[in-house]
Write a protein that binds this ligand. Structure first.
Ligand code: GDP
Ligand code: IMO
Ligand code: MG
Length: 422
């Protein structure tokens, strides 16, 4: 069997959590492959709303195995909080949620280092989520990290070594901190992790595939935040592209099946960094208000703009997307005109190719399409789509070269329309 991958094509928050939940009935195993609690994946069903940080979004569909893969970085304190909230609804959580021994641990000092580095960058700061993501992946790559598997061997000694190293760095930067409450929550979190099955997820997933099980790999963040291909340095510290599912789960490229690329009918971004189609006017505010574009965890207002097809086509190329999923179409229901960026003008020349770097000289070139001016939020099938909406879909499909398989018209699980039924 194959591993299907679902990942964000923009700057995160595309609606990955909702669609993983919708697709879960077709799979036996759902596995997160990168990122950590910088993610906030929202699910809504039966009038309830849940936000997942590290736990895969397949957790609410009964009988499915959910795996936190080796490419993920896990914060014990935040994991414990997430587990406690989930256990109110999922009584068998510990039977269905497994953690890779090769996943790395976010230590309290990683969070402090994240804050210290951001402070030092001043106005050039990345606007991280402050969850210690960068410092944890830095330790992983520099071969100083602590892994879940270390909980089973000399953990205290390894922890003290890392602590001494991190405290030296914090002192060098003159960063003041109070470690005691963070450490208390960390060690309580460690006890919580030990209640779960710690597995060799690489073997587990490959065995499952050989035994005919279907696996869905759930991405976090988005392709434009990828460490290699995103708007560096304003990116996260992991491989958010499809290839990250191979290294983040230990599956060979030949095992990758469908690649679901998910995008909003417009664009958003949180934190600093370039965003060519950003709207600083009342249209941007209207999108933010109608789309409730405020961070699901931090509450930070998300920057909003029109869809950027140059960046989207670049992401589709990097990820090898086979099926597109368009989210939050309903947010544009009341607009007279909808714009789509079809090229960049750079120093007087137009290009459809995503450049090495996006800077102030990159200006978006827009196509204008008629708005559909129809409430789509209660629609059940594509037969109900207004003509202008179909024209928007066709325009995007033609530019992007991939079919839009699913259209989402609201946050609830039910507000999902599958097109091209096979
Ligand atoms: P993720 O990080 O990719 O899982 O996305 P987030 O959960 O951070 O952000 C997506 C937000 O949009 C959440 O608040 C969802 O409940 C909401 N949402 C998802 N799909 C739709 C949709 O089609 N329409 C509207 N209006 N909201 C949606
Ligand atoms: P989900 O999975 C949106 C952004 C941060 C910042 C940059 C680096 O919910 O889509 P980090 O803490 O990772 O070092 O921050 O990446 N960022 C996200 N933006 N959605 C996310 O996750 C994000 N995770 C990180 O805002 O600009
Ligand atoms: Mg999110």
């Amino acid at each position: 069997m194959k591993v299907d991958v679902l990942l964000g094509l923009q700057w995160g928050d595309e609606g990955k959590g909702k669609i993983v939940d919708v697709l879960t009935p077709d799979y036996d195993i759902i596995a997160r492959f990168q990122g950590g609690p910088n993610a906030g994946h929202t699910l809504e069903f039966d009038g309830r709303k849940f936000i997942l940080r590290s736990v895969p979004s397949g957790i609410f569909q009964g009988g499915k195995i959910n795996i936190i893969g080796n490419g993920v970085v896990l914060d014990p304190a935040l994991f414990k909080a997430e587990v406690e909230a989930l256990e109110l609804s999922c009584s068998d959580l510990a039977d269905r949620l497994y953690i890779s021994r090769k996943a790395h641990l976010i230590l309290p000092t990683h969070r402090l280092l994240d804050a210290a580095y951001e402070t030092r960058k001043g106005s050039g700061k990345i606007g991280t989520t402050g969850k210690g993501i960068g410092p944890t992946y830095t330790d992983k790559v520099s071969r100083n990290g602590l892994r879940i598997g270390d909980l089973e061997h000399n953990f205290d000694e390894k922890y003290r070594e890392a602590l001494a190293r991190h405290e030296e760095l914090l002192q060098q930067m003159g960063f003041e901190y109070d470690l005691a409450p963070l450490e208390k929550a960390f060690f309580e979190g460690i006890e919580c992790i030990k209640r779960f099955k710690l597995i060799d997820s690489d073997h587990f997933i490959n065995d499952a595939l050989r035994n005919g099980k279907n696996v869905l790999a759930e991405g976090a963040q988005g392709t434009m935040l990828d460490i290699d291909f995103g708007s560096y340095p304003f990116v996260t510290s992991s491989s958010t592209v499809c290839a990250g599912a191979c290294t983040g789960l230990g599956v060979p490229p030949s095992r990758i099946g469908e690649v679901y690329g998910i995008f909003k009918a417009y664009c958003t971004r949180v934190g600093s960094g370039p965003f060519p189609t950003e709207l600083h006017d009342e249209t941007g505010q209207k999108i933010r208000d109608l789309g409730a574009e405020y961070g699901s965890v931090t509450g930070r207002p998300r920057r909003c703009g029109w869809i950027d097809l140059v960046a989207l086509r670049y992401a589709i190329m990097l990820d090898g997307v086979t099926r597109l999923i368009m989210m939050k179409s309903d947010v544009l229901d009341t607009f007279d005109v909808i714009k789509a960026c079809v090229a960049y003008e750079i120093n007087g020349r137009e290009t459809e190719d995503f450049p090495y770097e996006i800077n102030d000289s990159v200006k978006p070139v827009f196509a204008e399409l008629d708005g559909w001016k129809t409430d789509m939020s209660k629609m059940q099938s594509e037969d109900e789509f207004p003509e202008e909406f179909n024209a928007y879909l066709s325009f995007l499909e033609e530019y992007l070269g991939v079919q839009i398989k699913i259209v989402s018209v609201g946050p609830d699980r039910e507000q999902t329309i599958i097109r091209y039924e096979e």
